[in-house]
Design a protein around this ligand. Structure first.
Ligand SMILES: [Zn+2]
Length: 361
């Protein structure tokens, strides 16, 4: 059920700032939700590693969700006090203009607006063009460069975060927020940590909240080296395409139709036995599970499955509409189904089961 407590968790996680490379704020919010009986570590990029020992030290199962989000970085301040910036992660310029942002300056949050000419000032030709990201600017209301730097504290290298608020839609199961990619995974893992702090499991769980996924799956590589997992469940990906204009040849992924399992993305193809194990558990438990492809991008899975001699890995998730924009939408029922699927999988991932994933004899 979407309780008030759960909505607070969603709100706290999605509204925290955490552009790739600047994950301090979101990491602190996640830490604030951890129970006392877990062990906390970090890798050297700042990924947060939370160990929950179970009935056996092996298999060691890594559960990996990235905590960073797409955003921007201040690159230059003009003499007039306008802020030029570089995208951090993949953005489509169309959806950036006329959006509110917050610059995380050393003197605190500086609200701003990505300026766009009104149609009155555009020629008919200009109106048809896509604006170049590198010509866009943020208006922070500074009188000039000196005020931007000295009074507002803005500097090249500051992170810029989309400014958008968590809100349930008219159908209260549809939830709008920034950064569902991948805070929905962080929320689900925090709830799993809580659930398993009161329940035994036949393995040891290491939840990793990784850094810098959006700029090249970086924290996943260092987190895997720190964890040394026997198997890995990744939470990410899962782009819903149930809205107008999507090619009908794409594998359909719809909100409210269940959890997702990525059968292929640009960084990985899952371990086949582990993938089939997940599908059969979902079927046995009557949990709806949609196969999904993510051909335009990769997930942390791509790095983790290549760690050392290889780690059997599968990526699961909740479908999201309009990802990599100021606001994306998820369906609460998918979240609940994905949670139930994780509970069922983890209880069955004992030493014998995990060994069978890599038995090629
Ligand atoms: Zn992403």
């Amino acid at each position: 059920m979407l309780t008030k407590e759960r909505e607070k968790l969603f709100k706290d996680l999605t509204q925290a700032a955490g552009v790739s490379g600047f994950e301090d704020e979101i990491r602190d919010v996640i830490k604030g939700y951890l129970p006392n009986n877990v062990k906390i570590d970090y890798d050297n990029t700042g990924s947060l590693l939370v160990t929950k020992p179970g009935l056996s030290s092996h298999p060691k199962i890594m559960l990996s969700a990235h905590m960073d989000e797409v955003g921007f970085m201040v690159s230059r301040i003009s003499e007039e006090g306008f802020i030029y910036f570089a995208p951090v992660g993949m953005w489509w310029p169309h959806i950036m203009l006329a959006q509110r942002v917050v610059i995380k300056s050393k003197q605190g949050d500086v609200p701003g607006f990505i300026g766009a000419k009104p149609p009155h000032l555009l020629s008919p030709d200009d109106q048809k063009k896509m604006q170049d990201i590198h010509e866009m600017f943020i208006d922070i209301g500074a009188a000039d460069e000196k005020e931007a730097r000295e009074v507002f504290g803005v500097r090249p290298g500051d992170a810029v975060v989309p400014d958008a608020h968590y809100k349930a839609m008219k159908n209260p199961k549809l939830l709008m927020a920034k950064a569902w990619d991948n805070r929905v995974g962080c929320a689900l893992y925090l709830e799993l940590i809580k659930a398993f702090s009161e329940e035994d499991h036949p393995n040891t769980l290491v939840f990793s909240f990784t850094t810098q996924e959006e700029v090249g799956l970086r924290g996943a590589e260092t987190a895997a080296a720190a964890v040394q997992p026997d198997a890995c469940l990744v939470f990410d990906g899962c782009i819903a395409n149930d809205f107008p204009g999507v090619r009908k040849s794409e594998l359909p992924v719809a909100l409210g139709e269940g959890a997702n399992l990525i059968i292929m993305d640009r960084s990985h193809i899952p371990n086949k036995k582990m993938r089939d194990f997940a599908f059969s558990v979902a079927e046995e438990q009557e949990i709806p599970l949609q196969p999904a492809t993510l051909l335009g991008a990769g997930t942390d899975t791509g790095k983790i499955l290549l760690h050392d001699k290889g780690v059997p890995s599968v990526a699961l998730g909740v479908p999201r509409r309009y990802t990599h924009s100021h606001t994306s939408i998820i369906h609460y029922d998918d979240y609940e189904n994905t949670f139930l699927l994780h509970m069922a999988l983890i209880q069955r991932m004992n030493e014998e089961m995990v060994k069978s994933f890599t038995d090629f004899s």
